[in-house]
Design a protein around this ligand. Sequence first.
Ligand code: AGP
Length: 605
Amino acid sequence: MCGIIAYIGDKKASPILVDGLKKLEYRGYDSWGLATVDSGKINFVKSVGRIGQNLEMTNLVGTIGMGHTRWATHGGVTDQNAHPHLDCEGKIAVIHNGIIENFAKLKEQLINEGHKFRSETDTEVLSHLIEKYYEGNLKEAVRRALLCVDGTYGIVVISSKEPDRIVAARHGSPLVVGVGEGENYFASDATALMPYTKKVVFIEENEIVEITKDGFYTITIDDKKVDSKIHEIDWEADLAEKKGFNHFMLKEIFEQPKIMENAFAGRIIPSEGIAHLGGLNLTTEELLKVKRIIFIACGTALHAGLVGKYMIEECASIPCEAECASELRYKRILLDKDTLVFVISQSGETADTIAAMREIQRKGIKVLGISNVVGSTIARETDGGVFVHAGPEIGVASTKAFLAQITVLAILALEFGRVRNLSFMEGKEIASEIKKIPEKIKKILEQNDKIKNLAEKYRDYKNFLYLGRRFNYPLALEGALKMKEISYVHAEGYSAGEMKHGAIAMIDEKFPCVFVAPKDSVYDKTISNMQEIKARSGKIIAVTTEDNYEIEKYVDDVIYIPETLEMLEPLLTVIPIQLLAYHMAEIKGLDVDKPRNLAKSVTVE
Ligand code: AGP
């Protein structure tokens, strides 16, 4: 979604703003803009396209300023619709992330009161509302303007009338304060603040914050003072750099052995065959009371939830569902007190997932979070939860966070299973095998060049069908999503067994299939599906267990993975499907880390 950065201090603002926006590019955008205050006036520049394309435009004077990258919601992708948006006098500038639901009514009212609009955006109503309510105090004018607004916002406001402060406010779209020495910042997430400061304040819902060079001051939308807490961010700046890889996505795929170790560190005890996720704040008797589990998420995180469903049903015999957040939030939700709900989210800011979480909490049901960003809305609003410790994930297509999510879900399945019917020996086997997976992932990563050649061989195909059964059915869905979202090639994920009930009609020599088919309990059934595909001249790429050479008579190409327990197969089968999608996009010269139309965190409906 939109990226926001702001600075007030003694340094020239524009280089800091450009650097911050570049660190936020991974969120996805189609236009950008900067504004500074200097010598009693607002200087601003805004343009469609990438901020790197015309850096000379960004050389604005002034030591107070703000920057924005826009992911269009209301109004086309044009220079005029890019942020910032100014009031009639050109003395107040606003940048915004979110959606003003009642902007049309507000716009009509303001036009009737004589305000002149320049853009098609919802955001511009904010600059004119603040102008309307300005009576010498910018923070108060912002507060009164926002009381008129329905919708979501993370906004930052500067004014040539008060050149020594910046005001920001949050309702639904995240914002943080960066606390420096004699300088302060706002940003849509802490990534943009590296390497300037590691001290951040997470702005809570319905809070308004004013920063000067020397400090910050927080109130609520109801004008009550708030004592905000300063947090120290613990990651190192270099984590967010590419470290010699062509793209963040490839770096993050190769980080996965280490990321998985971080995700299970201190959470499994192989000698006892048990697991413990402290952040869930669940006693053994509370674990035993759980009669149903629902995972709620979007996109790749939803696929992780589907893997979690299979793992927990296998280990603990607890009925589980994985629900798409954008569907669940609007349907009649059938829950009871023995239902445990998890929201899964890498960013912790996905609007649909947050809305579903709040809807369920309104019914008095406990919601736990599985997220990756400390201080994110989901991390702060859930009734407990687990961080997956994947570190900053910059590539828009989620890879290492997904692996960390399914690692945590395997640990959760073990924890639930061992307070139920899973035996000591079974628990020991699972816990020991989890610890072996990182080395097995490294073995698969050694096939990177082979998978790149495979992508080259299949580069001209326009469609793919991904197929899998049981634990690998969600991986068929995830493989198809990865292929679609970074190489723009149509791909569909399907249950291998279900394929013959219709989808097979599409198969011919131009429509290859990717089978996620380790040698497991459903392998023989999947071989039958391969034969059905072959009988229609369909080409097949198979991901299967090493030494399973007999498969070669059924398929065209094979990627071998090490053997593991059936329930842990997703931790290995995901690697080849990530690499296949990555290389397909890379050889096509596409923007792998920032695919078109996508955002890293979808903070609007
Ligand atoms: C992942 O590859 C996608 N970019 C997208 O589907 C993502 O998984 C989804 O938007 C959910 O994001 P979250 O995990 O941050 O909530």
